[in-house]
Design a protein around this ligand. Structure first.
Ligand SMILES: Nc1ncnc2c1ncn2[C@@H]1O[C@H](COP(=O)(O)OP(=O)(O)OP(=O)(O)O)[C@@H](O)[C@H]1O
Ligand SMILES: Cc1ncc(CO)c(N)n1
Ligand SMILES: [Mg+2]
Length: 540
């Protein structure tokens, strides 16, 4: 029997019938476009663009990316590179989207929307990698997460071997992090076997030479053990990330989920190591909560990215490490003020925490070292017992001696890069920045946050130029790191700073308005409530 003629394609009425494409319309970036709403009313939404393939089974690829971003509070747009016929048994077919149509999707999203982070998954041909690189040069974003998807855990090939060269030579040098699994790491390095954690370290170091800022070699597919170990490498130091290995068949899409969770955390303002830790923890928790689900009949099932909806409280898997939200109300002590009000550093710190300070910095410009260390030791205990991070201004020696949570440095102190070398990867490092260039340098040096100011005139620092809101905005928009505003901030003006609605502005740092006052606790409490109201107002 002759087959029936194919029905005409159903086109959107606006599109010309001869083509599936509509003429390209570009829009100015929302950052340069006049705002329709007042800044205080515009609700920021961290934005990840995933450039990846569709998994018909719904567990990996684009589908995993969108679910992971949604679960972690980021918006996810998607450029689809390929459509796979895939289920819990493996990959039955791959259909590539035409390269020019991928370029068109990239243009549509990147020319219109303010994308914070691009995450890549399946890039099945060398041409697609090239097109992506061109688009990223045209529309730079804050961070690029490259999951070099080549082989699925089921062992099926997901990209043409010819893409290897483009990955290594073009895309990796633009990437902030690349996240190969052990099979992919082996392929990238010419097929060397990776059998041990030590092999994974060597592979991370070799892949780092291709140009990414960070490398994460994932150990999900390593032979049986009670732990799932990933290796993080920043070019100098390795961090072994240990997680519980969940005994389950439902591990399809762990890699895609991990990379898009990293992207979501970066879009929210996290530092890289923090983002990776949160992402790994998220995957582990999702696997744990989904371990007995049954979807499909094959050997590898999907898991539930939205498990948190079913099991409040919603903070499962939260970690005790640097959380940019802790910058919300940053109390900075001042020795002269303590002397003026006849209070010890310890009493000042206790009162600030009692009033609601979320992080504390000891800034003792003219204290004797021994006396300072004694006070710092006491403050470490006070802060630890109350779950508030304690940083030391400038004095790396004191921070090391009292095992503080980190150090804050200014532009004329030793550089964040040197502080990182001395303190190691697990400590918090903040840098005072007045310009976008300094913010960029802080990111390159491996800092965790920047302090930006003086926003208003201040008496605490002599000869300190005032940036105003415009200066603060310029630095926030350029900064890849979370920002805390500082300089002359008090109960009268703190609300207006938060109401600027800048996405990575996480809080305010205050000296005089807390410590040059009779009752530190009352002042801190008052300021905390003002900040909470202002924050709620711009989020609503
Ligand atoms: N059974 C498990 N229990 C806990 N964590 C796991 C398990 N399997 C994988 N992981 C973690 O999931 C993340 C992704 O690693 P994996 O090596 O599975 O990536 P992948 O092979 O690229 O994933 P896929 O191809 O299935 O999307 C890593 O952090 C890894 O440690
Ligand atoms: C579409 C797609 N992307 C990535 C992976 C890797 O898990 C997969 N299995 N399918
Ligand atoms: Mg895997």
């Amino acid at each position: 029997m002759p087959s029936a003629p194919a029905p005409p394609p159903v086109l959107h009425p606006r599109f010309p019938a001869s083509s599936f494409s509509c003429p390209r319309r570009t829009h100015p970036s929302p950052r340069t476009r006049p705002r329709r709403l007042s800044a205080a009313r515009e609700m920021p939404w961290p934005h990840v663009l995933t450039v990846a393939g569709s998994d018909s089974g719904g567990g990996a690829g684009i589908q995993a990316d969108i679910k992971a971003c949604a679960a972690l509070g980021a918006y996810c747009s998607s450029v689809i590179t390929a459509v796979t016929a895939q289920n819990t048994a493996g990959v039955q077919g791959v259909h590539l989207v035409p390269e020019e149509f991928i370029r068109q999707q990239l243009n549509s999203v990147l020319s219109d929307m303010s994308v914070d982070v691009v995450k890549t998954g399946m890039l099945p041909s060398a041409g697609i990698v090239q097109i992506l690189c061109e688009s990223l040069r045209k529309f730079p974003v804050k961070a690029l997460v490259v999951d070099p998807v080549m082989v699925s855990t089921s062992g099926d090939a997901l990209s043409d071997p010819s893409t290897l060269t483009n990955y290594r030579d073009e895309l990796f040098s633009m990437a902030d992090i690349v996240t190969p699994n052990v099979k992919e790491a082996s392929k990238l390095l010419g097929g060397i076997p990776l059998l041990t954690v030590s092999d994974m370290r060597d592979a991370a170091a070799s892949i780092h030479k291709f140009g990414p800022r960070y490398v994460l070699v994932k150990g999900g597919d390593m032979p049986d053990s009670s732990e799932a170990i990933d290796i993080f490498f920043d070019g100098k130091e390795f961090v072994e990330l240990h997680g519980h290995r969940i005994k389950t068949r439902n591990t399809h899409g762990t890699g895609c989920t991990l990379a898009s969770s990293i992207a979501a955390e970066l879009a929210k303002g996290s530092t890289m190591l923090h983002a990776v830790r949160v992402a790994k923890n998220f995957v582990e928790s999702a696997l744990h909560h989904s371990k007995d689900l049954v979807i499909g009949n094959g050997p590898q099932g999907p898991f539930d990215h939205l498990f948190r909806l079913k099991c409040p409280p919603y903070n499962i898997g939260s970690q005790q490490m640097f959380n940019p939200d802790s910058l919300f109300l940053y109390a900075v002590t001042d020795s002269r003020m303590n002397k003026r009000w006849d209070r010890s550093i310890e009493d000042a710190v206790k009162a600030a925490i009692e009033g609601g300070a979320t992080i504390v910095q000891l800034r003792e410009k003219d204290a004797e070292s021994r006396e300072f260390l004694e006070a710092a030791n006491a403050c470490v205990e006070i802060c630890k017992s109350r779950g508030v991070p304690l940083l030391i201004n400038d004095r790396v020696d004191i921070a090391l001696a009292c095992n503080a949570d980190g150090v804050h440095v200014g532009q004329s102190d030793i550089s964040a890069r040197e502080v990182r070398e001395l303190l190691g990867p697990g400590k918090i490092i903040g840098v005072s920045c007045k310009t976008p260039a300094q913010a960029e340098q802080a990111w390159n040096d491996g800092a965790d946050y920047i302090g930006c100011g003086g926003v208003f005139p201040t008496t605490t620092k002599a000869n300190n130029p005032t940036l105003g809101f415009e200066g603060l905005k310029a630095v926030c928009l350029a900064s890849k790191l979370p920002v805390v505003a500082i300089g002359g901030i008090n109960a009268t003006n703190a609300g207006s700073v938060m109401e600027l609605g800048l996405l990575n502005l996480k809080g305010v740092a205050v000296v005089s308005a807390l410590f040059d006052r009779e009752c530190v606790m009352t002042e801190t409490r008052g300021l905390r409530s003002i900040l909470t109201d202002a924050f709620a107002c711009f989020r609503s």
